[in-house]
Every structure is written in structure tokens, then in C-alpha cells.
Design a binder for this molecule. Sequence first.
Ligand code: ASP
Length: 660
Amino acid sequence: MCALGLAWVRVPSAPLGYRDFKVCPRLGSVTGILRCALGSARSPKSKVVERSRDHNHRTSTIFSFKKFILLQPLLNQSIMLRTHTCGELNMAHVSQNVILTGWVQRSRDLGGMTFVDLRDRYGLTQLVFNMETHAALCVQARKLGREYVILVSGKVSERSNKNAKMPTGDIEITVEKLDILNESKTPPFTIEDNTDGGDELRMKYRYLDLRRNVVKRNMELRHRLAFQTRNYMDSLNFIEVETPVLIKSTPEGARDYVVPSRVNPGEFYALPQSPQTFKQLLMVAGFDRYFQIVKCFRDEDLRADRQPEFTQIDCEMSFVEQEDIFDTFEGLTKHLFKTVKGIDVVKLPRMTWADAMKYYGSDKPDIRFGMEFIELNDLVKGKDFKVFDDAELVVGINAEGCAEYTRKQLDELTDFVKKPQIGAGGLIYLRYAADGTLKSSVDKFYTPEHLGNWAKAFDAKPGDLLLILAGKANKTRKALNELRLEMGNRLGLRNPETFSPLWVYDFPLLEWDEDSKRFYAMHHPFTSPKPEDIPLLDTDPGAVRANAYDMVINGVEVGGGSIRIHDKTMQHKMLQLLGFSEEDAQAQFGFLMNAFEFGAPPHGGIAFGFDRLCSLFGGSESIRDYIAFPKNNAARDVMIDSPARISDDQLKELSLKVSI
Ligand code: ASP
């Protein structure tokens, strides 16, 4: 509150009026004046005097207060340039004088009248310029180009030709004053929902792309998800703590992005692939419940659902077991679905990793539809059909109601499974025709009775089509998973507006890599084995299950985590199993093992891929649509043209030489 002296300053305030505030001249700066003004405005004792109701006068005065406008964050809505947004006016406002600001979406010249659609973040409002009553204004309006930034004042009028599709479609503004705040070059693509701009062009001018409704709505969805996440986490006493971005390269996981250190020549920071070790250290520090909406960096080959920098909702809790993590984050999932999509999610089903692989051939099953795998080894072997006899696994799915598929459709499916990225040798089918007859592509090896047994195993009905693959177990499951998803798409069973979340748990602790002949941590090296499997660490490490879990929604892994190792000896043993020498283990993770010697509590956590969650909630497969400034497939930001070379001076300063 300002108590030193008085002066008057005009601040635009309520629609079409002014408020004069007592201000302190000794504060000198505009910021000081405004702070003081706001303080006064809030005080019941302040003298607030309505001075003028002349909005034209107001409009021109605004420009002499340009500096004030730059300080908008300090101010509330009532003292901005406009009285309303372009999305809010309706019949209730008819006859009111208003001031609107925004971008020219399009204009139409109909002789005596010029119509302009004015757009801002909140919507579109139709402006009318009347040649008869305001000829000069109308001439001015005819010169407005697309994306010009304008300020208009005028009266809200009822439209004679209402547009039921627009929220503001009942009214228009009869313009009485027009100010061009800024001109615009013609944009390189149309700022419409269905734009004519290609991907690359839209990314180069992303700030224009972001003006499009569809992209803007994605950003709003992202904001709501982040906001509701913070609400929920805060309500459960989680504290958001920032962890460093310049950290240390670790050999596990994906490739690191690295940053050279000028003050430590020849040494590099790495950008975090996740804040994993830091959140564990926060547990050692006693922070008990941590979360962070945080950027992570992984130098991987890119796809539609990957970006070099992406965002996680990263969480960790102390004194918990797996069940507590399930409860807490099932709660977060329900909260987000409820508050952001208005959907009630009931209890999440749970599936062991082993079952997910057996029945869906994937650790991220899409359970919006059934079509579970049925294994046929016992029914098909020993009948001289070499493909089945030699196969480690014969397994199939029932495509219900598809018995009428044509030869061409079956050939398409065969071509699909034989694609190199899917890798099956061929596809065997059994039609269960509507008349009850069974017809398969391997009739000559199997009697109708045999085929009847297959149909029984699938619980098939007349009209169904069984699709069967055979070969090495893992490869065949993987291929059948792809075929199942393809059939799900063809049969319209994967509606993006239906959400089927579940927990997949009991993942293997380790994964054997044939090329390097060593184990890798399936989740990460800090994941604890299931206590009952600990003895297997010495005898059969590959069979050890982890206290690790993923949350999967509609076939997308949206989150994953584990109960951690919090014991130095166990952590050390794990690193040994992963092939770390004593020295390397110390150099890489000594800080964590040391911390475990100072009273580390039992702890566990999870991280959600925030961009993926956004795209899933938005019904899209591409996370790029939900990131304000994403990178392209070549990891480039084409708008700022990055990555880019640095100068020789910079290289020298960093003690770096480039050899290409
Ligand atoms: N840090 C892990 C990850 O990024 C998640 C976790 O274990 O909490 O996948």
C-alpha cells in the first residue's frame, strides 16, 4: 500500500469508463504506479472515481498508456484494451457498447456492408461495417487483410441472419470505430481447422499454426491435464520439487544428450533421461511424497509418439508397497478422466506381464476389445502338417463375424502378417460358415472333426473366422498382436473415445540381449526384485520377476514405475548382474549407494508420459500435436532452425573440435 504522497493517474478499467487512482509519485516507475494503483483498487478505503464514459476517448487514451499495456500480467481483466473477448457475446449483450480486439479471420464485402470475422483465443465474432452510416470506416475495413490485428468499438446488435453453429452466431457488432493495431503479411497457410499448410510449413510458422483452433484446443487440453494433476497431487500432500537439468551421463537406457562444460574442459554434463536418481535421493532426504511435471531428454530414433525432449509426470513415495502406488495413481487417473473428460473410470483391471504376453502378445494390451489368443499346440501337432509340427507355438484369434471375408481380404491379411516388420511366415484360417460348415486353408491335413475341436477351443460360432499363426513363440505372439490390432481397427473396435486403462505388473527384472550376451534391466537398475524371487538371482536371473508395473490405456503405455531397491548390498548386486565392474558401479552410481547408507526409506514410484497422456485424451496418436513447439522426425526445430553449428570461438572456449 502506498502512503507517501498523492498524484492522479488514469487507468482504463470497467467497460467504457476510467478509474483514477491515487498514486505515489516517489515510486517513479510505471510499475510502481500500477502496483500502487492495484493496491488502492483492492483497498476498501481507496478513492475510486468514475471519470468518463466516453469509450472513444478511452480508446485513444489507451495508446498514451502503452507502457501500461506491457505490464498486463500485473493487472486484472478489467483494465485491458478490450471489454469482452470474441467468444462471449450473445443476445444478453444486445445494445451494449463493447470494445473487441483480435485478428481478422476473413472479410466479405457485400456492397453496402462489409463483414469481418474477428478472432481471438476465445472465438469468433462477426463485425459489420455499414457504408451508409459510416462510409469512411467501411472503406477502411475493406482494406483489412487476413491476420491484421485490430481494435474495434461498437454496439452489439441482433443478427438478422443467425448462425447456429457459432456460439456468438446470434449477434454481430455494428462497428463505430476501428484501429489497426498491427498489419500482417498474408500467412503462408490458411488459419483454419482444415488448413492448406503441410507439416513442414506449419512447423516453420508454428506460431501461426498455434492460432488454429484445433491446435489451440490441444494446448488447452494439455494445460487442463497439468493443472488437474497438480491439484490432485497437492491434495494428497505431494510436493513439487525441481531437479537439475545438467546432470551426468549414465550408460543404461537410451542415448544421452550431452552438454560440454566450459569451466571443466573435456568434461560433459548429460541432460536427464528422467529424474530417477534425484527423486530417490529426495526420498532419502525425507520428502516422502514428491512429484514434478518435468522435461526429460532421450536421444532415440523418433516416431509419432516420441520426441527428443518430452514431459513426464514424475512421482515417488516413501513407506509404500506396490498396492499403495496402484491406489494413489489409479486415483490420479480417475481424477483426470473425471475432471478433464467428464468420464467415470471404474477400478482398473490388473494383468500380470506373463498373462499379457500369453493372451495379447504384448505388454501393453489394448483391452477395448477381446479377441484373446488361444494356443493350439495340443490340438494341431502330429497330423503331418510340417508348419505346425515344427512350430514352437501355434496360436490364433477369433475374428467374430468375419467368416464371409473374401479371398482378396484374406490375401490382404496374409500380406499384412508377412510384412518384414511383422515377420510371420504365413497365415492359416478356418472359416466357420453361417451354415455350420468348417473350411480351412489346411483341410487336407485335418478332418472336419479336428477342425471342429479347433472351433470349440476358440468358443467360435457360425459366422466366425479363426486366424492362426505358427513359429517361434515370442516372434509369433508379437506378429499375432499386430494382426489382432489390425482386426480391431478393421472391425471398428478401437474407438478413440472409449478408454480402457489397466495395470500390467510382475514384469521380468532382467532382459537377455543376444547380441551383447548380457542382461539389461527391463525397467531400470534401481527396480527391486520380488522378495520371493531373490534366491533366483544367483541361479536363474532371467526368471526373476520385478516389483514393476505399467499403466496401459488403449494399447499405449502411459506410465511405468517400480518399488525401488533401497539397500546398498542389493543395489550393488543388481549392478553386478548388469555387468558393471566394481569401479564403474562406484563411478556411475556411487552417490546413490552412499546415500543408501544414511537411512534410506523403502520407496517406489511411477512416471507418466505426459505428452502421450495428452494425445490419448485428445484422441490422437501423435504427441507432436500436443507440444507447443515440437521437433520433426530428424530431431530438428525447423522454426528456430536448430540444431545449428556454433562459432569457432565458442568451440575454442569449450575446448571442442568438430571432425566433420
Ligand atoms: N524414471 C522411470 C522412467 O522414466 C519411471 C519410474 O521408474 O518412476 O521410466
